[in-house]
Design a protein around this ligand. Structure first.
Ligand SMILES: Cc1cc2nc3c(=O)[nH]c(=O)nc-3n(C[C@H](O)[C@H](O)[C@H](O)COP(=O)(O)OP(=O)(O)OC[C@H]3O[C@@H](n4cnc5c(N)ncnc54)[C@H](O)[C@@H]3O)c2cc1C
Length: 453
C-alpha cells in the first residue's frame, strides 16, 4: 500500500488527505450525513478524478463523490473509504455568452452560475437555494425557480464529461456516448462523477419580484383555496412554495413564497387575491436576479441534522394539505429539538417540465411537477428522523404518483426494489447502461442500479 499511495500522491495534482491533515474535511450541509473517510482527495481536473478512482479501486476502498455536499443520506460520504471532493478546486463556471452556454465544473454550486451568467444578461436553470451543488442536483433532475419557463436542470444539459469506473474520461452528449448521456440525466452518480456540465442559458432580466406572505393557522382553508385559484391562471414565469413553518412569533404559520420573473407591478397583480386574505407578514420587493436563489438561505443554513423526504402529488388537494398541516404540527410539538422542521409543497408550472417524454432520458418523474416535501431539522442526535418522516407520510395518508430521487435520498442503504420503483419504466435500460460503464457497481451510493445480467 505504501508505495502505491506515494505513487498516487506523486501523480495527483490536488491534495490527498487523511484524518489529522489540516486540509482533511468531511463537512456536509447536513451534519448527520458526515462519515469518517479514510482518504479525502481534492482533485484539480478530470485526470486527477480518474487517478483517484483507480487508486481507490486498487485498494478496495469504497468511493464517494462530493459535489455541493447537500445529500442528507450520506450519499456523498463514506465510512472508511475515499471521498473525491470536487468542491474545493473544481468549482468554477465559465460562460460563453455568444452561444449562451455555461461550462460548470462538477463541484460548483449554483450561486457561481447565477453570479457569472447574469453579468451577460443570462441565466441557467438550477435549484432554489444557491449553495446547492450542480453535481447531485443535475444528475438527479433539478427543479428551480426557472423550471416553469425552461424545464429542469437536466433538460438543459447539452453535454458533460464523465469519469467512468475504469478511469476513462468520456464526453457524453447526443452525439458522443449517447447512452451515457441518457443515463447521467437522472441516473445520479451511478455512472461516475461528472467533472464538467455544459448547460443552455437564457436571456434573463436583471430583476425579479419575490414575495413572502405569512398567514396564521386560522386562514389555512382560505389560503389553500386561494392558491388553487392562482394555480388555474398562473403563468410559467410564476412559481411558488406553500410552506408550513414557524412564523415571526414562533407560532405555526402558513407561508406563501412567490417568485415572479417579471416586473414588480405584474407580480403584485398576480398575487393580489392572496394579499387580500390579510397575511400577518406581507413582504414583497423587486430584487436583483441573484437574490432570488438566496432568499431561502437563512433557513437552509449548514451544519445541523437534516433529512429531506418528499413525494410527488398530482395537485394541491386541500384535504391532503390539511392532514399535512396537522402531521407537521405534531412533529414540531412533540419534538422540541425539531421545531425548525418545515413542510412544503413546491408549485412549478408543469407544462414545460411535462413536455419532455419520459423515455427521453433517465429522469422519470414527469407525471406532475408538484413535490410535497418535509425538511426535517433537529439538534437532538438521538432522534430517529427517518422513522419520523415515515410516520408523517403515513399520517398524511398520501398516495403519491412517484418520487423525486433528490428529495427521497435513501442513499446506498436501500437498493433493489426502491431503485426499480424510483426509475420505473426507465430501469431496464439503466441496467444495460450500468453493465457497460460500471459492471462492478463501483458507484453505488445513491439508488444503486443493478447491472443487467
Ligand atoms: C438546502 C437544499 C435545497 C435544495 N433545493 C433543491 C431545489 O430547489 N431543487 C432540486 O431539484 N433539489 C434541491 N435540493 C436537493 C438537491 O438536489 C440534492 O440534495 C442534491 O443531491 C444536492 O447535490 P450536491 O452536489 O449538493 O450534493 P452531494 O452531497 O455532494 O451529492 C449528492 C449526490 O450526488 C452525487 N454527486 C455529487 N456531485 C456529483 C458529480 N459531479 N457527478 C456525479 N454525481 C455527483 C453524490 O455522489 C451523491 O450521490 C436541495 C437540497 C438542499 C439540502
Amino acid at each position: 500500500m505504501a508505495s502505491i499511495l506515494s505513487d498516487f500522491k506523486y501523480h495527483f495534482k490536488g491534495a490527498v488527505t487523511q484524518e489529522g491533515d489540516p486540509e482533511y474535511s468531511i463537512k456536509r450541509w447536513a451534519r448527520n450525513a458526515e462519515r469518517k473517510a479514510k482518504f479525502v482527495v481534492f482533485p484539480t481536473d478530470a485526470q486527477d478524478v480518474s487517478r483517484a478512482i483507480l487508486f481507490a479501486r486498487s485498494q478496495n476502498l469504497e468511493i464517494a463523490i462530493r459535489g455541493g455536499g447537500h445529500s442528507t443520506s450520506g450519499a456523498s460520504s463514506t465510512e472508511g473509504g475515499l471521498v473525491i471532493d470536487m468542491s474545493k478546486h473544481m468549482n468554477k463556471v465559465r460562460i460563453d455568452p455568444e452561444y449562451k452556454r455555461a461550462y460548470v465544473q462538477g463541484g460548483a454550486i449554483f450561486e457561481t452560475l447565477d453570479r457569472e451568467s447574469i453579468k451577460h444578461g443570462l441565466a441557467g436553470t438550477a435549484g432554489t437555494v444557491n449553495h446547492t451543488g450542480f453535481g447531485g442536483l443535475t444528475t438527479g433532475g433539478g427543479y428551480g425557480w426557472l423550471s416553469g419557463l425552461h424545464g429542469l436542470a437536466v433538460d438543459n444539459l447539452v453535454a458533460a464529461t464523465v469519469v467512468t469506473a475504469n478511469g476513462d474520461i468520456l464526453k457524453a452528449s447526443d452525439s458522443e456516448n449517447p447512452d451515457l448521456f441518457w443515463g447521467i440525466r437522472g441516473g445520479g452518480v451511478n455512472f461516475g462523477p461528472v467533472t464538467e456540465f455544459v448547460f443552455k442559458l437564457y436571456d434573463q432580466r436583471p430583476d425579479v419580484f419575490i414575495s413572502t406572505l405569512v398567514y396564521p393557522e386560522s386562514l389555512l382553508p382560505k389560503v389553500l383555496d386561494s392558491v388553487n385559484d392562482w394555480l388555474k391562471v398562473r403563468h410559467p414565469r410564476e412559481s411558488a412554495f406553500l410552506v408550513y413553518g414557524l412564523g415571526p412569533n414562533a407560532e405555526p404559520c402558513v407561508i406563501f413564497l412567490f417568485v415572479f420573473n417579471g416586473p414588480e407591478d405584474e407580480g403584485r397583480e398576480a398575487i393580489k387575491n392572496l394579499v387580500a386574505l390579510g397575511p400577518i407578514v406581507n413582504d414583497g420587493a423587486s430584487v436583483p436576479y441573484v437574490e432570488m436563489n438566496a432568499m431561502q438561505n437563512p433557513r437552509a443554513y449548514h451544519g445541523t441534522n437534516r433529512l429531506l423526504k418528499g413525494i410527488l402529488v398530482p395537485n394541491l388537494e386541500p384535504a391532503l394539505m390539511t392532514r399535512a398541516w396537522h402531521g407537521w404540527k405534531k412533529i414540531i410539538a412533540e419534538n422540541p429539538s425539531a421545531s425548525e422542521t418545515i413542510m412544503m409543497l413546491e408549485l412549478y408550472h408543469p407544462d414545460k417540465i411535462l413536455s419532455v417524454p419520459i423515455d427521453a432520458m433517465a429522469f422519470v418523474a414527469r407525471v406532475t411537477s408538484y413535490s410535497l416535501m418535509v425538511s426535517l431539522t433537529w439538534s437532538d442526535d438521538s432522534l430517529d428522523a427517518r422513522a419520523l418522516s415515515h410516520e408523517l407520510f403515513r399520517a398524511i395518508d398520501v398516495k403519491g404518483v412517484g418520487s423525486y430521487g433528490n428529495y427521497d435520498d435513501v442513499g446506498a442503504a436501500i437498493g433493489g426494489d426502491r431503485t426499480r420503483a424510483m426509475f420505473g419504466s426507465n430501469y431496464d435500460k439503466l441496467r444495460i447502461i450500468k453493465k457497460k460503464y460500471d459492471p462492478e457497481m463501483v458507484f453505488h451510493k445513491w439508488f444503486p442500479i443493478t447491472p443487467a445480467p
